[in-house]
Design a protein around this ligand. Structure first.
Ligand code: UDX
Length: 458
């Protein structure tokens, strides 16, 4: 089939390369000339495993352009995969989606099926159908369908080629026929429903996962108070197939392009209909607090970060992506900087993007060793493999004060025992190694040898 895709972000680009891989002729459209130039060189503007390989493999079936008119004109299927960022009030900003819909309507010269892949509030499909009909320039039929994606960054190609399900919301048999044709090469079950239910499946799924994370984070917080271990608790819970073991990893909260935005958007939508989804509201609040959990823990050791060397390991919202959207590091590092800390940071992939936000304020390091050398405290915000595999004995060897606050439970507690570090994680007991240079005797005071060391702002 001839398929055009509006938007070459994570969703649009991954969808494009995967549909080309399945044999379709795909043209990806973006208004950003740099991105298109980059893609035409075979390079992906986002860090996503497998994308560049699929671009190279499917070059004859895959084109990239800024010329949306030519791209949409004769396409049999046109997919909208542009961003729906959060507005100040928490609702989804649909201006890019509407703009794409108008461009498509004005360009198409044959019957086409418009597929909304962007995450849009329930009822947006109806609005787009109206916008398209109002803007058609030729006497053609344009069916609007909803086809949300469920890909996770870092594993997006795999998630698309082996999707857990294909959800399709259609309002006509013709649209159903075309969507079946698009996904003919895929083995997964296709769930056919109406447009609004398809839109709801996306939000309800994402928000349920966010809820699950906030729930396990609250249980973790309680585990700390009663001296239980969240890893064992989550494992024990997850073995019940009704609960399931995934998305029970406690930490410093969820980030990324979806959960924070989609929880707020559903909450906003419910309010708009004079209803409150209390569970989602709670999930949002828990997450906001959780993101500051390590900073709160650190107050036990230092009254202020002024003049301290602070090591930060991991900047992205999760491993295997260069994406910083709603990453906990973005909330925590400004607090450290405002307080006068000297922040040294390491992230294997996210550094160039972080430099765009903090070009000079943060000192970027090439290795974990370099980052932690002479550090007074170390924060871990992302569980990159290289951080999890780090030789933990080096914390005590290299840090000035070996205090490690781990927001992603990267290390086994037994592994940390006897390493000479103070090690705090989420929902687990604090390890105070026998040979630690620093040991805290009572809250608010850091004791070095026999000298009470309270660090005050100068
Ligand atoms: C998510 C959904 O998984 C995907 O289906 C949807 O289409 C887009 O949003 P993504 O944001 O790429 O994907 O990443 P995901 O792996 O879901 O992680 C999101 C956040 O939750 C990360 O910050 C991660 O650290 C956090 N998380 C995830 C936890 O804190 N604990 C967990 O157990 C799982």
């Amino acid at each position: 089939m001839r398929i055009a895709i509006a938007g070459t972000g994570y969703v649009g680009l991954v969808t494009g390369v995967c549909l080309a891989e399945k044999g379709h002729n795909v043209v990806c459209v973006d208004t950003d000339e740099n991105k298109i130039a980059w893609l035409n060189l075979g390079r992906s503007p986002v860090f996503e495993e497998g994308v560049e390989e699929l671009i190279a493999k499917n070059r004859d079936r895959l084109t990239f352009t800024t010329d949306y008119r030519a791209a949409y004109k004769n396409s049999e299927v046109t997919i909208i995969a542009v961003g729906t960022p959060e507005k100040k009030d928490g609702s989804a900003n649909l201006s890019y989606v509407f703009q794409a819909a108008i461009q498509i309507a004005k360009s198409i010269e044959r019957d086409t099926v418009i597929v909304i892949k962007s995450t849009v509030p329930i009822g947006t499909g109806d609005k787009i159908a109206k916008i398209v009909n109002d803007n058609l320039c030729h006497r053609v039929n344009a069916e609007v369908t909803a086809n949300p994606e469920f890909l996770s960054q870092g594993t997006a190609v795999k998630n698309t080629l082996n999707a857990s399900r294909i959800v399709v919301g259609v309002e006509s048999e013709e649209a159903e026929r075309v969507l079946r044709e698009v996904y003919r090469g895929f083995d997964q079950e296709m769930i056919l429903t109406d447009r609004k239910s398809a839109e709801m499946i996306k939000y309800a799924s994402n928000d349920f996962l966010a809820l699950k994370i906030s729930y396990i984070n609250e249980i973790a917080n309680l585990c700390e108070l009663v001296d239980a271990n969240i890893n064992d608790v989550a494992y024990g819970m997850g073995l019940d197939p009704r609960i399931g073991g995934s998305f029970l990893q406690a930490g410093i909260g969820y980030g990324g392009s979806c959960f924070p935005k989609d929880t707020k958007a559903l909450h906003w939508l419910a309010n708009f209909h004079d209803y409150e989804i209390k569970t989602i509201k709670a999930a949002i609040e828990v997450n906001e607090n959780q993101k500051l959990k390590l900073i709160k823990k650190s107050q036990k050791y230092y009254d202020s970060f002024y003049g301290l060397n602070v090591a930060v390991l991991g900047l992205t919202f999760k491993p295997n992506t260069d994406d910083l959207r709603d990453a906990p590091s973005l909330q925590n590092i400004p607090i450290l900087l405002d307080d006068g800390a000297h922040v040294k940071a390491f992230d294997p992939i996210g550094e160039p993007n972080y430099r765009k936000v903090f070009p000079t304020e943060v000192e970027y390091c090439e290795s974990i060793e370099e980052t932690i050398t002479d550090a007074d405290i170390c924060f871990i915000f992302t569980e990159w493999g290289v951080i999890k595999q780090f030789d933990v004995s080096k914390f005590a060897q290299l840090m000035k004060n070996p205090i490690v606050l781990d927001g992603r439970n990267c290390y086994d507690l037994n592994q940390m025992k006897g390493q000479g570090v103070v090690y705090e994680s989420i929902g687990r007991r604090t390890i105070v190694g026998k040979a630690a240079h620093a040991e805290f005797l009572h809250p608010g005071k850091l004791v070095r040898g026999s000298v009470v060391y309270t660090h005050k702002r100068a």
